[in-house]
Design a protein around this ligand. Structure first.
Ligand code: ADP
Ligand code: ZN
Ligand code: MG
Length: 490
């Protein structure tokens, strides 16, 4: 039986974080606006109006291109992509055909410990379409049109067909998503539709160089559904090929609740769009100085940050990966480390506990694994203080977790919370002695057993003292004091 391998290329559309739309001055943020209110004659496609290029949008695509190792052309131009659809106000979309802002980049991704390079074909600029809202009212189905999204700046990031599996596709998307958020070019929220992925997939006999006919899958709105759609398509195409059925180039849609793809239409070709240079916009010269400035202003990228965290703080690959999965988390961690004055071995120990608290405790409260949003939550200065209190024995780890929850809820400093809640660990003998005497008085049986030689009973008695002090006594100190007292009784 012939073995087949998958070939995948991804096209990501990501909305750019500009204040205004791509070719007019309407506000770009449409999420909270009433339908059809953030519109004007330009984005509604009225005749006789002229588009004006949004400078910021071009800059954000340049930044993205640079972050993906692309070359930025000295000239770029816009083209009309013609197709009739009710969400396309003008009957054409202004996009870029043969001179995109950025091209020939790459993104290195790690899948199950293996690093591969996904080449980026291009990053180009275009405008988003209006939104169609399909409704099924009592009786007839109907469709509503909201043009607020029409004209919102969109960039398209296209890979070469370099991806070999659904897992690799997911690794690429995750990595790209993190980069876009790190450099602040897009909100990149898949659920909200401002980061959308079309997946192209074909199969070919292992060893073949030639590409098979590709199927383009649309309508995935989560990383999980991209993964599912690719898995489904690879199985479907492989089964067909084994039955001797020729796979045809087509566009299919992912049906999320059924976890299948269905044919939507036979694939259109570039020529179907009758691309031609946008006559209302001049070609754009991209100033080298501008590119250099944007390059200089790029923040440290997630991969570089991860490597640095591993070297500077001796964190594991896993921990450094989680800490750099979002910019907020990475910033929080660095802030936290900035309060540590330790050196040498102590520095790395604190780096590790800082990492544990950031990953485990913080993300538990944020309830978003791997992606704790930290603003408004805990002040890193407060967490640093809390860790100092653990280190100096003022708080037990268990108490610290309670204090941490309170810090998270109220924003207060740990010292105040501990004081208010009488949570501080009792570490002086005079304060613990009465509780020890009480525990001995109330448990003559176990005391008898201990005196008779059953050393293990000490654990039970320590537990009783902890109970009497409501968990506040320092357990090490309790054990020592209790042993002294009991030995004196032997
Ligand atoms: P189209 O002209 O249909 O837009 P492109 O050549 O521009 O096709 O490619 C679109 C996307 O499809 C790219 O991400 C590319 O890597 C991918 N792709 C192209 N050919 C194949 C193939 N045979 N199998 C899988 N993906 C492919
Ligand atoms: Zn407008
Ligand atoms: Mg194409």
């Amino acid at each position: 039986m012939t073995d087949y391998e998958a070939v995948i290329g991804l096209e990501v559309h990501s909305q750019l974080l500009t204040a205004s739309k791509m070719f007019c001055s309407c506000v770009s943020g449409y999420q909270d606006a009433e339908p059809n209110t953030t519109v004007c004659e330009v984005c509604l496609g009225m005749p006789g109006v002229l588009p004006v290029i949004n400078r910021r949008a071009v800059e954000l695509v340049i930044a993205t291109g640079l972050a993906l190792g692309c070359s930025i052309g000295a000239y770029t131009k816009f083209d009309r992509k013609n197709y009739p659809y009710p969400d396309l106000m003008k009957g054409y979309q202004i996009s870029q055909f043969d001179q995109p802002v950025a091209s020939n980049g790459h993104l290195d991704v790690t899948t199950d410990g293996v690093e591969t390079t996904v080449r980026i074909n291009r990053v180009h600029l275009e405008e988003d379409t209006a939104r169609l809202l399909h409704r099924n009212g009592s009786g007839d189905a109907y469709t509503l049109l909201d043009a607020n999204r029409a004209g919102v700046p969109l960039m398209e990031i296209v890979t070469e067909p370099d991806i070999g599996s659904p897992a690799e596709a997911r690794a690429y998307l995750t990595s790209l998503h993190t980069i876009l958020r790190f450099i602040g070019v897009s909100a990149a929220n898949m659920e909200e539709g401002n980061f959308r992925c079309d997946a192209n997939v074909s199969i070919r006999p292992v060893g073949d160089q030639e590409l098979g006919a590709k199927v383009e899958v649309k309508n995935m709105n989560s990383f999980r559904s991209v993964y599912g759609a690719l898995e489904f398509e690879i199985l479907r195409q492989t089964a067909l090929a084994r039955d001797g059925v020729r796979i045809v180039q087509e566009t299919r849609g992912w049906i999320d609740d059924k976890e299948i793809t269905l044919s939507q239409r036979s694939k259109e070709y570039a020529s179907d769009y009758r691309y031609f240079p946008e006559p209302d916009l001049p070609p754009l010269a991209i100033d080298r100085a501008l590119v250099d400035r944007i390059r200089a202003e790029l923040p440290e990228l997630p991969q570089a940050k991860k490597t640095r965290f591993m070297e500077e703080f001796r964190l594991s690959d896993y921990a450094a990966g989680l800490l750099t999965a979002s910019k907020d988390t990475a910033n929080f961690y660095e802030k936290l480390m900035s309060f540590s004055t330790f050196t040498g071995k102590d520095k790395y120990l604190r780096a590790e506990s800082n990492s544990n608290w950031t990953i485990t405790e913080l993300s538990r409260l944020e309830n978003a694994p791997g992606e704790p949003a930290v603003e408004g939550g805990v002040d890193p200065a407060h967490l640093a203080e809390l860790l100092d209190m653990i280190a100096s024995g003022v708080l037990s780890t268990r108490m610290a977790k309670t204090v941490f929850e309170e810090m998270y809820a109220t924003g207060e400093a740990p010292g105040r919370i501990a004081e208010k809640g009488e949570l501080e660990q009792i570490s002086d003998a005079d304060s613990i002695t009465p509780a020890i005497e009480e525990a001995i008085d109330k448990n003559p049986g176990p005391v008898e057993e201990y005196l008779g030689g059953k050393d293990a009973v000490i654990k039970f008695l320590v537990g009783q003292v902890m109970k009497i002090t409501r968990g506040q006594a320092n357990p090490q100190l309790v054990t020592t004091l209790l042993e002294d007292k009991l030995k004196a009784m032997r």
